[in-house]
Ligand binder design. Structure first.
Ligand code: SF4
Ligand code: SF4
Length: 388
């Protein structure tokens, strides 16, 4: 089977030099280890950021022949970047991981399942049609095959969402890939909230996956193709509003210089003075903060402020037990590990005694929703439900 990138010795050498330079910032202090979910799971140096950096550096410096075992440890990295936040030496682990996986993809073909999944993510219409077929059949499948989540909760009842805006320069919503189907009701909720604040939202055709899954897999060509499609789709748009915390960073990189990207919660919070919410009736809700949202103080603050605007509501913020295990394609490719990482969060939700769980990232919601019987929803759906 051919590798995923055309062999280019000059590009390989440049990538190797860059990888060594990135890895050499690591002083091997180990302060990141307690923050790394895979190290916490296995208690194995090779499953830690420091171990992965050492492996990547040795391979890039041609001091070590890449091995299946070493590659497997790199494959299991969740890309959660908790190590980067904890590192006192300023190691840019995200850049190192992306480059290391490009390097891997140039010498080792992507697994068939990974290529199939990336191919589907790059074709949102086909993906949407297949997911719609899968949903009613899911309950009939053996448990081990139910890796894809059930469909999301029904749309929030209430007045019809505002019509889709179309004017040039109007804010536009990002639909993404899986969320194209699984967040239909959430986009309607967002339109309703923005409409209440006097803002119309466009939904341009031709957009697709943000490309984060392709970056995680080392498929640079695929990620660049998706970025080009999104740049074309959003040409002439105003601010691009992103509902999923896991897509914001990659979408921002893809649209740099073409359009501003705003986290939907940050935008709603900025309009908060124009929004009123009805009483929460003493309900208790649990709040999960995804790794990708924890990396954005603005998004976390915005969400807390928005929920505080709903009177009569008790919010239980779940403890930070580490990555939930969704991590892009990880929940599909390593289901047993993904379930083990999810366990502490599921237990924390049970202890919260809340009747629903809110989380701002599509991947986390789908993964958690496979293990929690209560509704697992985007905060925007909850907020729209509490409009007067
Ligand atoms: S905290 Fe930073 S410098 Fe220390 S081992 Fe981890 S990556 Fe290396
Ligand atoms: S990105 Fe997450 S899983 Fe990967 S090494 Fe860093 S902390 Fe560990």
């Amino acid at each position: 089977m051919a590798p995923n990138t055309v062999l280019d010795p000059a590009a390989d050498a440049a990538r190797g030099r860059r990888l060594v330079a990135l890895a050499d910032r690591c002083v091997q202090c180990g302060l990141c280890l307690p923050h790394c979910p895979t190290y916490q799971l296995d208690r194995h140096e090779a499953e830690s950021p420091r171990g992965r950096i050492a492996y990547v550096r040795a391979v890039a410096a041609v001091e070590f022949t890449p091995s299946r075992t070493g590659d497997a440890h790199l494959d299991r990295c969740l890309g959660c970047l908790r190590c980067e936040s904890a590192c006192p030496a300023g190691v840019e682990y995200g850049s190192l991981l992306a480059l290391a996986r490009e390097s891997q993809a140039a010498r080792r073909p992507l697994r068939f399942g990974t290529r199939l999944r990336l191919g589907l993510l790059a074709r949102p219409r086909l993906l949407r049609a297949l997911l719609a077929l899968y949903a009613p059949l899911r309950a009939l499948l053996p448990t081990a095959w139910r890796l894809l989540p059930r469909r999301p909760p029904a749309p929030v009842p209430g007045p019809a969402p505002a019509r889709v805006g179309s004017g040039a320069g109007a804010p536009a919503v990002f639909t993404g890939c899986v969320s194209g189907l699984y967040e239909t009701s959430t986009r309607a909720s967002l339109r309703r909230l923005l409409s209440a604040a006097g803002v119309e939202l466009a939904e341009p055709d031709g957009q697709g996956c943000c490309g984060m899954a392709a970056v995680h897999a080392g498929d640079r060509v695929g990620a660049d193709t998706l970025a080009a499609a999104n740049r074309a789709a959003f040409a002439g748009s105003g601010t691009v509003v992103c509902l999923s915390s896991g897509c914001v960073g990659q979408l921002r990189a893809s649209l740099a210089g073409a359009a501003e990207v705003s986290d939907a919660l940050v935008m709603l919070d900025a309009l908060g003075a124009r929004l009123d919410f009805r009483d929460g009736g003493g309900a208790t809700i649990a709040l999960h903060l995804p790794c990708t949202q924890r990396g954005s103080t603005a998004s976390v603050t915005a969400l807390r402020r928005l929920l505080a605007r709903v009177p009569g509501l008790r919010v239980v913020e779940l403890p930070d037990t580490g990555c939930c295990g969704a991590a892009g394609l990880h929940m599909l490719e390593e289901p047993a590990r993904a379930a083990a990482l999810r366990g502490p969060l599921v237990a924390a939700f049970a202890r919260s005694r809340a009747d629903q769980l809110l989380s701002a990232n599509i991947g986390c919601r789908l993964h958690l929703g496979n293990a929690i019987a209560a509704p697992v929803r985007h905060p925007v759906d909850f907020l729209a439900e509490h409009l007067p």
